[in-house]
Design a binder for this molecule. Structure first.
Ligand SMILES: NC(=O)c1ccc[n+]([C@@H]2O[C@H](COP(=O)([O-])OP(=O)(O)OC[C@H]3O[C@@H](n4cnc5c(N)ncnc54)[C@H](OP(=O)(O)O)[C@@H]3O)[C@@H](O)[C@H]2O)c1
Length: 322
């Protein structure tokens, strides 16, 4: 099968398409023919070893996981022994490392779910990563019900997911901050108010919030703290702040009445199923910036690495049906 291989850390050019052995489903596993995948910020960050500490998990010298990619949608091709919830021909979506490939094996109990009805396979490939990360990164600020929340970086993958989840699932008032080009999109996701960051600095409006969620890590706690209400909390999703936010987190426990926390994203099956429900209830949708054929993965990766994408970038792995 064709797959995107990264066998060394580095810029997008280290990615190459190669023919590798198709996996066979073992007991409890589902073999998925991948139709669409994505290139995420986590994919580019792990490929370039953007944060050196990630090498402890992904391989000190070379990546242990040679096939790139995380998100997928596709059709069940075969099932291993004892698989009961999935059947050949089912349309599915989910998360599995090595998803930039024509086939992938996923545990039945793993991050795989039936594709939401009323959604295309293209769209289904682009909802899981941002949605699951937004739900878990915002956890330090939970419970969010009834609070006023500002989402900074609202047009990114995590940002667009956070706005939709806060408005339609958690049901809070959301002020979203993005640039001029994305104002209408972010408004259409349900934000109560949208601030164009190129025209207005939210820290100078005098408005204060219970929670500021920096979904792209471009605003520090220091710059945000005057925009927090007493008892308010700042949460950043950017792992680049790993070096100082944990210290800030301890310090703000003892000093002042505003707190800073690092949001750590994790993937949970329950959240994947929640996303499916929300899509089917018309409360969540995919935000796709561009799609690239699998052969253009280097170009797709370069674009994602600019940090300027709106929502998600899809990779067409086998787009023309089974
Ligand atoms: N904590 C975790 O566990 C975890 C896990 C995965 C990823 N991450 C991190 O989470 C962050 C967000 O990921 P993502 O995939 O959502 O990012 P993304 O989709 O690449 O974010 C792109 C958006 O960021 C906004 N942006 C770019 N430069 C900006 C600036 N200077 N000021 C304000 N906004 C700016 C742009 O929106 P506008 O230009 O419209 O404002 C753009 O739409 C990344 O730093 C990623 O590394 C964290």
């Amino acid at each position: 099968m064709r797959a995107v291989i990264h066998d060394r850390y580095g810029p997008p050019d280290v990615l190459r398409i190669a023919d590798v052995k198709r996996p066979e489903p073992k007991e409890g596993e589902v073999l998925v023919k991948v139709h669409f995948s994505t290139v995420t910020r986590s994919d580019t960050g792990l490929r370039s070893a953007e944060y050196a500490f990630t090498r402890v998990i992904t391989g000190l010298v070379r990546p242990k996981q040679k096939i790139a990619g995380t998100e997928l949608s596709g059709v069940v091709e075969a099932v291993g022994a004892d698989v009961t919830q999935f059947h050949v021909g089912d349309e599915v979506f989910g998360i599995k490392s090595g998803a930039n490939a024509e086939y992938v094996c996923v545990l039945e109990s793993g991050l795989l779910a039936p594709k939401p009805s009323g959604m295309t396979l293209t769209e289904a490939a682009a909802i899981a990563d941002g949605g699951l990360l937004a739900l878990t990164c915002m956890k330090p600020a939970y419970p969010l019900e009834g609070k006023t929340v500002l989402v900074y970086g609202a047009a990114g993958s995590i940002g667009t997911a956070a706005v939709q989840l806060l408005v339609h699932h958690i049901q809070t008032n959301v002020t979203a901050v993005c640039d001029t080009n994305d104002v209408e999109l972010v408004r259409s996701l349900g934000a109560t108010e949208v601030i164009d960051r190129l025209r207005e600095d939210f820290t100078r409006t005098g408005t204060t919030y219970d929670v500021i969620f920096d979904a792209v890590g471009k605003h520090s706690f220091r710059r945000c703290r005057h925009s927090l209400k007493p008892g308010g909390i700042y949460v950043t999703a950017d792992l680049g702040f790993l070096y100082h936010v944990p210290l800030l987190s301890i310090a703000t426990r003892f000093i002042g009445n505003k707190r800073a926390r690092l949001g750590i994203g994790t993937y949970r099956k329950a959240d994947l199923l929640l996303l499916k429900e929300l899509v089917e209830a018309g409360k969540y949708r995919a935000v796709i910036d561009r799609s690239y054929p699998l052969d253009d993965v280097v170009e797709a990766s370069r674009y994602v690495e600019t940090g300027q994408k709106t929502g998600n970038v899809v990779l067409e792995v086998s787009p023309h049906g089974p």
